[in-house]
Design a protein around this ligand. Structure first.
Ligand SMILES: Cc1cc2nc3c(=O)[nH]c(=O)nc-3n(C[C@H](O)[C@H](O)[C@H](O)COP(=O)(O)OP(=O)(O)OC[C@H]3O[C@@H](n4cnc5c(N)ncnc54)[C@H](O)[C@@H]3O)c2cc1C
Length: 440
């Protein structure tokens, strides 16, 4: 029953929490294995999600790993790619994933190498292959298709329904990102970093996003059981109305996203007043949830499990998260030139589909009313609007009148649950405190 303060001095350096060094070589002491060998000799390959895809190719004889090769070409050059030789050395020395301590600053790449190496070992042992612990962030966009769109929604949006056929110009790119906000800027910059030719369509004359507080789950500092408990805790705090798959995506990817923002904007543990965009990390509500967690009227027992949450606040106002993404976008425009073109004051008004209905681009409308056609392999819609649109709220959260537990009373809609609208749940109470949220 303890409550501990998080020491996250090493967060931005990405130090891995110490991992148990259980080398697979120890099993050579077992005669049965020694006679027949542990592995089926050969070369096996597996891929896991790091920042991009990380592929491990390992060659085995009957009892050991003879060589490990890594393809980390999709990782950040100065971080994941730079860690390659050290990770190979650790994998060879440990003869397995459990003894890989990882490389400081390259936590995500290190974790991907461990996952993929575990997979190679499973193949070499003839075991069922673990497809990896990192799930795709969104398995199917169908899960997020809006329900019950109204005429008012369409009228209030930038969408144009009449087919558009007259274009002032056409732009060919790999990726179009619509919306230069919290998610759009990061998606665009990362795509450019990976070598894609990117166009960003932004409705406003500048990049815009709101918010000061961010948070991320630090998986390497959390236990598996703790993450499960956190999922239940966060669901309960939100009166069982949140989208579970989005919360799972948050658990899986928020560390990666927030680290990306901090690294790009030069916000470090030591950032003094102020960073290059006039913003600083002016407050911190990071925590380790373990034992009984209390906050106002809320409490939850994490037992011996733990969850590490990194929660810096960027600002103070008028500086905010929008200032960060705006600066990150400007820097990236300078770095990637024509490979990252930003079309300000140009809202997306229509998607372009081929005969099979596959999206092959979109149409933007500039300030003079001219239509620009963007031909692209991928279109990322990041136009936000969840909070201010009744349909997106309705579509993404359970109805306020639904009950998922006999003990849970129906709650009137409110952005954050209040003590009055939601009483004690299975193991937590909904209080007046704002639940953990992420700007990323
Ligand atoms: C006042 C306020 C305070 C908030 N505080 C916090 C906080 O402290 N912490 C937190 O985690 N969250 C906070 N939020 C929520 C947070 O801002 C959002 O969850 C987050 O910005 C969503 O990111 P997004 O990329 O989906 O959308 P946004 O960041 O809103 O970006 C969407 C972008 O798309 C652009 N756009 C819209 N339509 C079009 C179009 N047709 N074509 C092209 N571009 C378009 C918009 O101009 C905008 O720049 C706050 C929200 C508000 C309103």
């Amino acid at each position: 029953m303890s409550e501990k303060k998080l020491s996250r001095r090493d967060f931005l350096r990405g130090a891995l929490a110490g991992s148990a060094a259980v080398a697979l070589t120890s099993v050579t002491g077992l005669p049965a294995f020694a006679e027949e060998g542990i592995y089926k000799p050969g070369t096996y390959s597996a891929t896991a999600d790091g920042i991009g895809k990380v592929t491990v190719t390992a060659t085995f004889d009957a009892n050991s790993i003879l060589s490990v090769e890594l393809d980390v070409s999709e990782e950040t050059p100065s971080i994941g790619q730079a860690a390659k030789d050290e990770l190979i050395a650790q994998a060879m020395a440990a003869q397995g994933p459990d003894g890989i301590d990882g490389v400081s600053g390259a936590t995500i790449t290190s974790t991907a190498v461990k996952t993929a190496l575990k997979n190679c070992i499973a193949q070499a042992k003839g075991e069922a292959v673990d497809s990896g612990s990192v799930k795709p962030m969104v398995e199917s966009s169908a899960a997020f298709i809006l329900k019950d769109i109204t005429a008012d929604d369409v009228n209030a949006s930038a969408v144009e329904l009449e087919p558009i056929t007259n274009f002032a110009k056409e732009v060919d790119v790999d990726v179009v990102v619509a919306g230069a906000g919290a998610s759009g800027v990061i998606a665009a910059v990362r795509a450019a970093e990976l070598g894609a030719k990117v166009a960003v369509l932004q409705k406003e004359a500048v990049a815009v996003s709101q918010g000061n507080c961010s948070s991320a789950i630090i998986k390497s500092g959390s236990t598996e059981g703790g993450l499960k408990k956190w999922l239940t805790f966060a669901t309960a705090v939100n009166c069982w109305r949140n989208n579970r798959r989005l919360l799972e995506a948050y658990i899986d990817r928020s560390e990666e996203a927030l680290r990306f923002v901090c690294e790009k904007s030069g916000i470090t543990e030591k950032t003094e007043w102020k960073n290059k965009y006039g913003v600083t990390k002016y407050q911190d509500t990071s925590a380790v949830y373990t034992g009984v967690w209390h906050d106002g009227t809320q409490s939850y027992d994490f037992g011996d499990e733990k969850v590490e949450v990194f929660a810096p606040w960027f600002g103070p106002k008028p500086g905010n998260y929008g200032s960060l993404v705006s600066g990150i976008l400007k820097d990236a425009q300078e770095e990637y030139g024509d490979n990252l073109q930003v079309f300000f004051s140009t809202p997306i008004v229509q998607l372009v589909k081929d005969a099979e209905g596959t999206i092959i681009g979109c149409v933007g409308k500039d300030l003079d009313g001219n239509y620009i056609k963007f031909n692209a392999k991928s279109v990322i819609l990041a136009t936000g609007a969840y909070e201010n649109n009744a349909t997106t709220r309705r579509s993404s959260t359970a109805p306020a009148t639904a009950t998922s537990s006999p003990s849970r009373p129906a709650a009137a809609w409110s952005p954050w649950p209040t003590a009055a609208s939601c009483t004690t749940l299975t193991r937590a109470s909904c209080g007046t405190s704002r639940p953990t949220s992420s700007s990323t």
